[in-house]
Design a protein around this ligand. Structure first.
Ligand code: ZN
Length: 146
């Protein structure tokens, strides 16, 4: 039963990890026959999570955190900031405050449009949240923290 999910399997011969649903017949790296000899070091629920875990398992420990952050976030922070300085973005978020004092995806979208920006309103809100500018109030509304 333990082997029913998506498993990160370590080959005892070459010590390299690979991902497999269930158990592996043989190691894709060195060809070692595995069967029950493959060591399941981790089980996850999805192919996507498995892809990340396998890459992490084959990465030296000191580099794992960096790699994990990079693989998990769809928009790398650096790229995002190159597009628009965060100070400008911060001002846009502040300008997005609607009459009730809340920020919504729609209000951000309006401001972005006004500033001829192609940025995605959801991503702007996500970034502002990460930077501690905004806090989510409910499903569709955020509040400025300043
Ligand atoms: Zn191997």
């Amino acid at each position: 039963m333990a082997n029913a999910g998506f498993n990160v399997i370590r080959c005892p011969a070459c010590m390299t990890c690979h991902g497999r649903r269930g158990v592996s017949a043989s190691c894709p790296h060195c060809g070692q026959r595995l069967g029950e000899h493959g060591i399941v070091i981790k089980s996850v629920n999805s192919a996507e999570a498995l892809r990340i875990e396998v890459a992490l398992a084959n990465t030296p420990e000191e580099l794992r955190e960096t790699l994990r952050e990079r693989m998990v976030s769809k928009t790398p922070l650096t790229d995002f900031h190159n597009e628009v300085p965060s100070r400008t973005m911060g001002k846009w978020v502040q300008d997005s405050k609607n009459d009730e004092g809340f920020i919504t995806v729609q209000s951000v979208r309006t401001i972005l449009h006004k500033n001829h920006s192609n940025l995605d309103a959801n991503e702007v809100i996500e970034q502002a949240e990460v930077q501690g500018m905004l806090v989510r109030v409910d499903e569709a509304r955020w509040m400025l923290l300043e």
